[in-house]
Design a protein around this ligand. Structure first.
Ligand SMILES: Cc1cn([C@H]2C[C@H](O)[C@@H](COP(=O)(O)OP(=O)(O)O[C@H]3O[C@@H](C)C(=O)[C@@H](O)[C@H]3O)O2)c(=O)[nH]c1=O
Length: 196
């Protein structure tokens, strides 16, 4: 299993998020890989000063090309870490650091996840998360460390003028849900909507 860190848009290390590339075994029939192994995942987290995780929910979504979901997160008492992968097509995945004490607070990072590259992004508690579907039949599968709770759901607008996320050029008019079109800007967030 190869592990990479992820940088923000100006090249600083985002402490916490990690990208896992599972070992792929190819043979004449096709290929095989362990898409999830609790012990390996927890050992890798431990090597990066993070504690073990228990996942309680798996989510899967299908999106057409140009759909953007996000940027979403949950606040206490149902904060969520997420382990995200794309099992069909490709996404441009974005995270925003909402940890007020972090050196990279308010900055964003991105990574392309695809069925082909098989990368998995670990998004720890403290980050907003969203993705843009780059292909027509995109399926995203992710594990979460707590259950969905609509009362704890929060979000920030995908085109927030303070966060200044750079989205891929061909997708300047993405398709959003009604809920995501109404998300507040970063400047409207209260400190209780963020993380220590
Ligand atoms: C998130 C969620 C939604 N739902 C329901 C509510 C709604 O009727 C339908 C679609 O919900 P949403 O519009 O919130 O789905 P979506 O916009 O795909 O929300 C997801 O976006 C990505 C970026 C994330 O990081 C996730 O945590 C989650 O917030 O599914 C659940 O039943 N369980 C869940 O865990």
């Amino acid at each position: 299993m190869n592990v990479q860190s992820i940088n923000n848009s100006i090249g600083e290390l985002l402490e916490g998020p990690l990208v896992f590339s599972p070992c792929l075994f190819n043979d004449e029939r096709g290929n095989f890989f362990e898409s999830w192994n609790s012990q390996i995942f927890d050992d890798l987290l431990l090597n990066h000063d993070q504690g073990p995780q228990i996942f309680l929910q798996d989510n899967q979504s299908f999106s057409r090309k140009g759909v953007l979901r996000g940027l979403h997160y949950q606040i206490t008492p149902h904060v969520q870490g997420k382990l995200v992968r794309c099992i069909a097509g490709e996404i441009y995945d974005v995270i925003v650091d909402l940890r007020m004490s972090s050196k990279t607070f308010k900055s964003w990072g991105s990574i392309n996840l695809s069925a082909q590259n098989k990368k998995q992004l670990w998004v720890p508690v403290g980050f907003a998360h969203g993705f843009l579907s780059l292909t027509d039949c995109t399926e995203v599968l992710y594990k979460t460390t707590d259950y969905w709770d609509p009362k704890c759901e929060r979000g920030i607008s995908w085109d927030d003028p303070d966060i200044k996320i750079i989205w891929p050029e061909n997708f300047l008019h993405p398709e959003l849900s009604k809920k995501d079109l109404m998300l507040p800007s970063f400047s409207e967030l209260k400190s209780m909507d963020m993380f220590e």
